[in-house]
Design a binder for this molecule. Structure first.
Ligand code: HEC
Length: 102
Protein backbone atom coordinates (compact mmCIF):
# COMPACT_ATOMS: atom_id res chain seq x y z
CA UNK A 1 0.00 0.00 0.00
CA UNK A 2 2.72 2.46 1.05
CA UNK A 3 4.65 1.63 -2.09
CA UNK A 4 1.77 2.42 -4.41
CA UNK A 5 1.11 5.71 -2.70
CA UNK A 6 4.70 6.90 -3.00
CA UNK A 7 4.91 5.74 -6.61
CA UNK A 8 1.83 7.82 -7.42
CA UNK A 9 3.46 10.72 -5.68
CA UNK A 10 6.63 10.39 -7.76
CA UNK A 11 4.64 10.08 -10.98
CA UNK A 12 2.65 13.19 -10.11
CA UNK A 13 5.92 15.02 -9.52
CA UNK A 14 7.31 13.88 -12.88
CA UNK A 15 4.15 15.02 -14.64
CA UNK A 16 4.27 18.41 -12.94
CA UNK A 17 7.91 18.96 -13.83
CA UNK A 18 7.12 18.08 -17.45
CA UNK A 19 4.33 20.63 -17.68
CA UNK A 20 6.41 23.61 -18.92
CA UNK A 21 8.00 21.54 -21.68
CA UNK A 22 4.58 20.39 -22.87
CA UNK A 23 3.16 23.89 -22.67
CA UNK A 24 5.87 25.02 -25.05
CA UNK A 25 4.70 22.56 -27.72
CA UNK A 26 0.99 23.30 -27.46
CA UNK A 27 -0.81 25.81 -25.26
CA UNK A 28 -3.41 24.34 -22.85
CA UNK A 29 -6.75 23.57 -24.55
CA UNK A 30 -8.65 25.85 -22.14
CA UNK A 31 -6.45 28.80 -23.19
CA UNK A 32 -6.79 28.01 -26.89
CA UNK A 33 -10.57 27.98 -26.49
CA UNK A 34 -10.38 31.56 -25.24
CA UNK A 35 -8.46 32.62 -28.35
CA UNK A 36 -10.88 30.61 -30.49
CA UNK A 37 -13.82 32.81 -29.41
CA UNK A 38 -12.34 35.51 -31.61
CA UNK A 39 -9.68 33.85 -33.80
CA UNK A 40 -11.66 30.68 -34.59
CA UNK A 41 -11.02 27.02 -33.70
CA UNK A 42 -8.58 26.61 -36.58
CA UNK A 43 -7.07 30.09 -36.39
CA UNK A 44 -9.45 31.44 -39.04
CA UNK A 45 -11.49 34.32 -37.64
CA UNK A 46 -15.22 34.62 -38.32
CA UNK A 47 -15.38 38.36 -37.62
CA UNK A 48 -13.91 40.69 -40.26
CA UNK A 49 -12.22 42.81 -37.56
CA UNK A 50 -10.26 39.86 -36.20
CA UNK A 51 -7.14 38.67 -38.04
CA UNK A 52 -6.57 35.05 -39.07
CA UNK A 53 -3.65 33.50 -37.24
CA UNK A 54 -3.39 30.14 -39.07
CA UNK A 55 -0.20 29.81 -41.08
CA UNK A 56 1.08 33.27 -40.10
CA UNK A 57 4.84 33.70 -39.68
CA UNK A 58 5.95 32.47 -36.27
CA UNK A 59 8.39 35.31 -35.51
CA UNK A 60 5.73 37.85 -36.50
CA UNK A 61 3.18 36.33 -34.10
CA UNK A 62 5.75 36.33 -31.28
CA UNK A 63 6.53 39.99 -31.95
CA UNK A 64 2.85 40.98 -32.04
CA UNK A 65 2.02 39.23 -28.77
CA UNK A 66 5.04 40.85 -27.11
CA UNK A 67 3.95 44.23 -28.46
CA UNK A 68 0.40 43.78 -27.13
CA UNK A 69 1.83 42.71 -23.78
CA UNK A 70 4.09 45.75 -23.51
CA UNK A 71 1.40 48.08 -24.82
CA UNK A 72 3.53 49.11 -27.82
CA UNK A 73 0.75 47.78 -30.06
CA UNK A 74 -2.46 49.17 -28.69
CA UNK A 75 -5.56 47.01 -28.53
CA UNK A 76 -7.64 46.63 -25.34
CA UNK A 77 -8.73 42.99 -25.83
CA UNK A 78 -5.33 41.72 -26.94
CA UNK A 79 -3.62 43.68 -24.19
CA UNK A 80 -5.89 41.96 -21.70
CA UNK A 81 -5.27 38.53 -23.26
CA UNK A 82 -1.49 38.92 -23.37
CA UNK A 83 -0.68 40.80 -20.19
CA UNK A 84 -0.06 37.71 -18.05
CA UNK A 85 1.62 35.63 -20.81
CA UNK A 86 5.18 34.42 -20.26
CA UNK A 87 7.67 34.39 -23.15
CA UNK A 88 7.33 30.60 -23.27
CA UNK A 89 3.55 30.87 -23.59
CA UNK A 90 3.87 33.46 -26.34
CA UNK A 91 6.24 31.17 -28.24
CA UNK A 92 3.83 28.26 -27.75
CA UNK A 93 0.89 30.26 -29.18
CA UNK A 94 3.01 31.39 -32.14
CA UNK A 95 4.22 27.86 -32.89
CA UNK A 96 0.69 26.48 -32.59
CA UNK A 97 -0.96 28.97 -34.96
CA UNK A 98 1.93 28.93 -37.45
CA UNK A 99 1.46 25.17 -37.84
CA UNK A 100 -2.27 25.45 -38.69
CA UNK A 101 -3.36 25.45 -42.32
CA UNK A 102 -4.03 29.00 -43.58
C1 HEC B 1 -12.03 39.35 -27.65
C2 HEC B 1 -11.52 38.85 -28.90
C3 HEC B 1 -10.10 38.29 -28.91
C4 HEC B 1 -9.58 37.29 -28.13
C5 HEC B 1 -10.28 36.51 -27.01
C6 HEC B 1 -8.23 37.06 -28.59
N1 HEC B 1 -7.94 37.91 -29.61
FE1 HEC B 1 -6.16 38.08 -30.58
N2 HEC B 1 -6.87 39.67 -31.64
C7 HEC B 1 -8.16 40.17 -31.57
C8 HEC B 1 -8.27 41.31 -32.46
C9 HEC B 1 -9.52 42.14 -32.69
C10 HEC B 1 -7.00 41.49 -33.05
C11 HEC B 1 -6.59 42.60 -34.03
C12 HEC B 1 -6.03 43.73 -33.22
C13 HEC B 1 -5.89 45.00 -34.00
O1 HEC B 1 -6.82 45.36 -34.74
O2 HEC B 1 -4.83 45.63 -33.88
C14 HEC B 1 -6.15 40.44 -32.52
C15 HEC B 1 -4.82 40.26 -32.87
C16 HEC B 1 -4.04 39.19 -32.48
C17 HEC B 1 -2.70 38.92 -32.96
C18 HEC B 1 -1.94 39.73 -34.00
C19 HEC B 1 -2.29 39.20 -35.37
C20 HEC B 1 -1.77 40.03 -36.51
O3 HEC B 1 -1.99 39.61 -37.65
O4 HEC B 1 -1.14 41.05 -36.29
C21 HEC B 1 -2.28 37.79 -32.35
C22 HEC B 1 -0.95 37.09 -32.54
C23 HEC B 1 -3.34 37.33 -31.48
N3 HEC B 1 -4.39 38.21 -31.58
C24 HEC B 1 -3.29 36.20 -30.69
C25 HEC B 1 -4.27 35.84 -29.77
C26 HEC B 1 -4.13 34.75 -28.84
C27 HEC B 1 -2.93 33.82 -28.76
C28 HEC B 1 -5.28 34.72 -28.10
C29 HEC B 1 -5.60 33.79 -26.95
C30 HEC B 1 -4.68 33.81 -25.84
C31 HEC B 1 -6.11 35.81 -28.57
N4 HEC B 1 -5.47 36.46 -29.58
C32 HEC B 1 -7.37 36.12 -28.07
C33 HEC B 1 -9.17 39.67 -30.80
C34 HEC B 1 -9.06 38.69 -29.84
Amino acid sequence: MMRCASLAFILAGVMLSNAPAQAQKKPPQADLEQCAHCHGDEGIARDTEVPNLAGQNEAYLVNQLRAFRSGARRHPEMRFMSKTMTDAEIEAYAAYYTALKP
